[in-house]
Design a protein around this ligand. Structure first.
Ligand code: ATP
Length: 344
């Protein structure tokens, strides 16, 4: 399809905090070079939301996503203390974004070659329901800390079905369900049981096995090629997706996307990286790859592939890389190199 013929798709753009505005600017630049497929409504969230409107997830931002059902989001910092809940968790809850997809694919030579994995994380339940409290003993009001998690059969079956459908749509062959059902027998046992039930519907099409999370963490270091897709509870998915990012060159290389029935939000797996914010050195590839997922989601499959190929060529043919990959390019120099590739 000729990019100039694309009808613009309304979407919310959240620059976010820390390195967010830098990687967002770089990503918008490459999308512009692809013919500007999105019509952005720019809204604040995170610390930027607190600064602008006194709320890390302002009502206008929620309303913008509600109307457009589509967003590209920079990382958001949750203010420590002051009673703020994580804006990321609130966003997932507001739009019931139950399915988190985090692919990890080798783009640059590194410690591991030819990694091609997809992690599906349950995004709403588990320990992230954050029912936490302290119990006073004697004079110590915080002598005991208690945290409980929750998984439902319905929610576990929903994410398992989402994972199997993803496998079929994307030609994946095997799903490994990651759990700790030997210890957290109820919480993760139910998740495993639900996945096994759903797997029966896909017999002969997608294989399923399961692995205890600690063994999985070790296997991901020893032999990551044995996996195809991982299906994880919320907390285990959070941890293992950073490990997957490590297999393909670090957090700058890891895109993520969140799906609900009525909205989809695309983001980088990494956070706001305050240590490098404002220096112009952040690697924008995670968010660019998230933008490629967003293009595919709205059926601009050819544009998505062009963007992925341009990033690959910029890294491996032009040798343009950011500092985290031992290169010299700034965030925007990398973006401009990708734009040049897209224009050739
Ligand atoms: P937050 O509190 O928002 O999660 P954080 O600094 O604790 O932020 P991350 O932002 O996920 O956690 O990143 C951890 C470290 O990885 C950063 O301090 C930074 O050095 C590095 N890093 C993360 N993202 C990138 C990136 N896109 N490019 C280069 N380095 C990155």
């Amino acid at each position: 399809m000729n990019s100039s013929c694309i009808e613009k798709i309304p979407a919310t753009l959240i620059p976010g905090d820390g390195i967010g505005p830098e990687v967002v600017e770089a990503t918008v630049r490459v999308l512009d070079a692809l013919g500007s497929p999105f019509e952005w409504d720019i809204q604040p969230a995170g610390m930027a939301g607190v600064k602008a409107l006194g709320d890390p997830l302002p009502a206008v931002t929620i309303e913008s996503i509600r109307q457009r059902k589509l967003a590209l989001k920079g990382p958001l910092t949750t203010p420590v203390g002051e009673g703020f809940r994580s804006s990321n968790v609130r966003l997932r809850e507001a739009f019931e974004l139950f399915g988190n997809v985090r692919p990890a694919k080798s783009l640059v030579p590194g410690r591991y070659e030819d990694i091609d994995l997809v992690l599906i994380r349950e995004n709403l339940a588990g320990f992230y329901v954050a029912n936490e409290y302290y119990i006073q003993v004697g004079n110590d009001p915080r002598a005991v800390a208690v945290s409980s998690g929750m998984n439902t059969r319905e929610g576990s079956e929903r994410i398992a079905r989402f994972a199997f459908e993803y496998a079929i749509k994307n030609g994946r062959k095997k799903i490994t369900v990651v759990h700790k059902a030997n210890i957290l027998k109820a919480l993760t046992g139910l998740f495993l049981e639900a996945a096994r039930d759903v797997a029966k519907e896909y017999e002969g099409r997608v294989e399923m096995d399961d692995m205890i999370v600690d063994a999985c963490a070790m296997q991901l270091v020893l032999n990551p090629w044995r996996f195809d897709m991982l299906l994880c509870t919320n907390l285990f998915g959070d941890i293992l997706s950073d490990q997957l990012a490590g297999l393909v060159g670090g957090l700058g290389m890891a895109p993520g996307s969140n799906f609900g029935n009525d909205a989809a939000i695309f983001e980088a797996v990494h956070g706001s990286a305050p240590d490098i914010a404002g220096k112009g050195v952040a690697n924008p590839i995670s968010l660019m790859l998230a933008a490629a997922m967003m293009l595919a989601h709205v059926n601009l499959v050819e544009e998505a592939e062009r963007l992925r190929v341009a990033i690959d060529q910029t890294l491996n043919i032009d040798g343009v890389q950011t500092r985290d990959l031992k290169g010299q390019a700034s965030t925007l120099e990398f973006a401009d190199a990708v734009c040049a590739r897209l224009r050739t």
